[in-house]
Design a protein around this ligand. Sequence first.
Ligand code: PEP
Ligand code: MG
Length: 755
Amino acid sequence: MLGVLRRVVQEVNGAADFYEALQIIVTRVKGALEIDVCSIYLKSPRSGRLVLMASEGLHAESVGRVEMDLSEGLVGLVAARAEPINLENAPDHPRYRYFPETGEERFLSFLGVPIIQQRKLLGVLVVQHHEALRFDDEHVSFLVTLAAQLAGAIAQAEFTDEISSETPEVSHVNVEVAGIAGAPGVAIGRAVVAFRLADLDSIPDREARDVDQELERLAAAVAATRQEIEALKRRTENILPPEEALLFDAYLMLLGSDSLVQRSEARIRAGQWAPSALRDTVRESVRVFEDMEDAYLSERAADVRDLGRRVLSHLLPVEVSGEEFPDGGILVGEDLTASHLTEVPIERLGAIVSAKGTGSSHIAILARALNIPAVMGVSDLPVSRMEDREVLVDGYRGRLYVNPNPELRAEFLRLVRQERELEEDLRLQAREPAATRDGRPVPVLANSGLLADIRPSLNSGAEGVGLYRTEVPFMIRDRFPGEEEQVEIYRQILASFDPMPVTLRTLDVGGDKALSYFPVKEDNPFLGWRGIRLTLDHPEIFLPQLRAMLKASRDHNNLQILFPMISGLDELKEAMVLLNRAREELLDEGHIIAMPKVGVMIEVPAAVYLVESLARRVDFLSVGTNDLVQYLLAVDRNNARVANLYDPLHPASIRALELIADGARRAGKPVSVCGEMASDPASVILLLGMGIDSLSVSVSAIPRVKWVIRSFSTDRAEALLAQCRLLENPDPIRSLLNNALVQAGLGGLVRAGKT
Ligand code: PEP
Ligand code: MG
């Protein structure tokens, strides 16, 4: 059964269109279970009714015609209850309803299982048999497993069908796709798909601009692949056993055969560009092989895919090409990472859309720094079908609209204009320092360092750098940077902000920030060797970094050093020993260097409970809410599936922040918040109410954060915090704070998204 399952899922994923995908499911299931009928009913997003979409066994004319409410028939009952129903004699059941067009009276037994994707009912998968028999447990579990596995593919195929219709019907415009808010802002533009090299499934549909040129590209790629395989064959001749070496002959034969090359050529002549022509031909051949009964032959499907990838790697020398990127283009990808941004001209980038990731992924943080709207975790998005489609991106709510009609487009254009005006106004006010209405200064500093200074933080109104993530200089090299290299980097940033404070955080790699030249393989990297744990274990990496920071500060008096991921007092003690040692070494070497201010990040729950003891031993605290919230709520900050549970306004997170603020106050030390929560206007009110001393945010968020600070008095913020304490869930807390923003005249900042 497992083999059947795997093959059905694979075939469905490779289906050319939605209807083919549904047909594959009903045909394969009917064959595998040896039953009389297999049908799929899907819930129409418009009418909410269940419609028979595909069937093997029921009359073909009934497909597309039979439909019912959730309150009707057995299929409706499965959908309404959201659980399997297994009946020996269906016509005896009070909910049985007879649809004459299906010819269904011949079938007595009935088993229906719901198809559910992320709590949403998509439809019902039904099998029937003419005899009165109860389907056994194995059948039930098979169908439940299949339905669970297919739900994602069905949602995606359904969506592809909606967006890719050539002559859009009313139901095919303004197709809304839900994701997660990544970076605020709205944008309209054409999608450009960022594909991964040599990954057939990520190849976007594109038209051939010049058919002859595409044919030549294919021929050249096939010739290059042939040479590569022949060379490989020669190199391994004496190493591989003869039967393994036959594989290369099989590859060469496949390359020479009519099927792969000629069918790809035919597709190019029909108007496709070479990569997608190859993709479709390979998928077709893979299916043919997989269908073969002979186990050896069906395994050859993997060879065809491999060969396809090899040819593809010669077809695609570059990813998204800078010159071709349209003005205001929307970069769409399966799993976009910070490095994708280095490949596109940022000034032309309209928005970012990624099928994976969340608002706390580093690319989303970067998008916020660059002021580019981003929607993450759009798991239903058929990325390869998005090329060149017009897309409206709502980065506040984490929504996309594909194939917009003129009314929706006009509404979005109005929003984009309003946004620009608001930003312009705010930017002008951002130069002045921020203080609450009652005159309490709350400095707003900049987070920096994710990529080499992308935007000049200096002109943005930043009152210093509250968090400089030093891991970036480490990530963009192919070895650890040397002490002097680091001195140069740190000196530049200290000098440009002097006399404003600059907080350099020591290396925080591990988790989702990897160094290519120092691979660490762990099952749970976020609970593993990251931040201070790694640097304490490697003084030969840590000491040069500390020395470099101190040396860089020689002519400036504005350095602050921050230790990440502290979870206990011992770690702080050991880090301090190394810092003191680094300074003493430098003093011995004749450098006169003052001791900088030292702080710890509060981002591990253990540190919340030790906050007062930690605060007494350092000069300041900085709260990393990105990690603190992930650890407190046990929600991976990069996992789109649980992103709806990640909320800094969760009552537990608010209580933890209050504990931190109280602990710091008792120890008489200042506390700042440098996680993304500090950029969220609603959250800023609470942080003001708690008495947080300063905030450090993405450069693009500085104007709006300052606006919030100036619009509230300490009393008002404290009163709102007291009201929030009485609320038990994040949603009412957000509503209360949003209302407060509207009342204060900051309605323009109110959006539904989370940070
Ligand atoms: C945080 O965890 O909130 C933080 C600021 O650090 P990073 O996002 O780099 O983990
Ligand atoms: Mg962190």
